[in-house]
Design a protein around this ligand. Structure first.
Ligand SMILES: NC(=O)c1ccc[n+]([C@@H]2O[C@H](COP(=O)([O-])OP(=O)(O)OC[C@H]3O[C@@H](n4cnc5c(N)ncnc54)[C@H](OP(=O)(O)O)[C@@H]3O)[C@@H](O)[C@H]2O)c1
Length: 239
């Protein structure tokens, strides 16, 4: 039976991915800080699942807990990391900037580290990380958020290069969503906010096709193309 771990399974995209993978027969490891939500999710799933408290901002403990979860499941075939945070932070409040870097950069990198080492040992596997279309350009409204996602996109490319050089059968998929209707995307003036089930369905189809980089939903692929090419002065008008 196929096995997968989702870090950040307690809500939003991670939760929706858990439901899809369970319906496809996966045994699941569900990790996040809000374990009560993980238990609620567990009760809704049709396949066996394991729950683990992981706070990626406390890296040493998170590394231990993630490694323990992999051992308890006797290894896994797929690891999806959706954990992330971000703030609209035009005044550059340092606590918010730091928290975003702690979670999205240090925390997620620590989890990638364990995931890749597990797949090297096992000889095969698929790592899926949710970055964002925000990785493509800077943002005056959420500078740390966009920068942390750019870091992740670059880091994952580096890991793919490493894997290719080492001739390993490991897939690394960088999912870059546009706006998805979750707690993270609450606010004024948002456009093209996509239902989370639709985004999760498209993410699953990109995973099956072993994509290196994928924009979801499809219309956000078009936005990504535009974002890559617009001059910086147009970014000044955006929040
Ligand atoms: N929604 C969008 O429009 C959008 C667009 C592009 C990219 N994304 C990315 O998609 C990913 C999932 O976000 P979402 O939209 O599904 O929002 P969400 O519902 O707020 O989910 C965020 C997830 O991250 C987990 N998380 C946050 N801090 C954590 C920590 N310190 N340790 C472990 N887990 C932590 C949360 O779990 P706990 O709080 O229980 O720990 C939760 O499961 C994020 O990386 C986000 O940047 C979202």
């Amino acid at each position: 039976m196929k096995k997968a771990i989702i870090i950040g399974a307690s809500s939003g995209i991670g939760r929706a991915m858990a439901k899809i993978l369970s319906s496809e027969g996966y045994i699941l490891g569900l990790a996040a800080r809000r374990t009560k939500l993980l238990t609620e999710l567990q009760n809704e799933l049709g396949t066996r699942s394991y729950i683990k408290y992981i706070d990626v901002s406390a890296q040493e403990e998170a590394i231990k807990s993630f490694s323990d979860l992999i051992d308890e499941m006797s290894g896994v075939d797929m690891i999806i990391i959706t954990s992330g945070n971000g703030y609209i932070n035009p005044l550059l409040d340092w606590e918010k900037e730091k928290s975003t870097i702690d979670v999205n950069v240090s925390g997620v990198t620590a989890m990638i580290n364990i995931a890749i080492k597990h797949f090297y040992k096992k000889g095969t596997g698929q790592l899926v990380v949710i970055s964002s279309v925000a990785a493509l350009r800077g943002s005056g409204g959420a500078p740390a958020y966009n920068a942390t996602k750019a870091y992740l996109a670059n880091y994952l490319e580096g890991i793919r290069c490493r894997i290719k050089k080492d001739k390993k059968d490991i897939t690394v998929t960088d999912i870059r969503p546009g706006l998805v209707d979750t707690d993270m995307a609450k606010g004024e003036g948002l456009f093209w906010v996509q239902p989370v089930e639709k985004a999760a369905g498209q993410i699953y189809s990109k995973i099956l096709r072993k994509k290196k980089i994928a924009y979801v939903t499809k219309r956000w692929g078009a936005v990504a193309f535009l974002l890559k090419h617009i001059p910086e002065k147009l970014l000044y008008k955006m929040e």
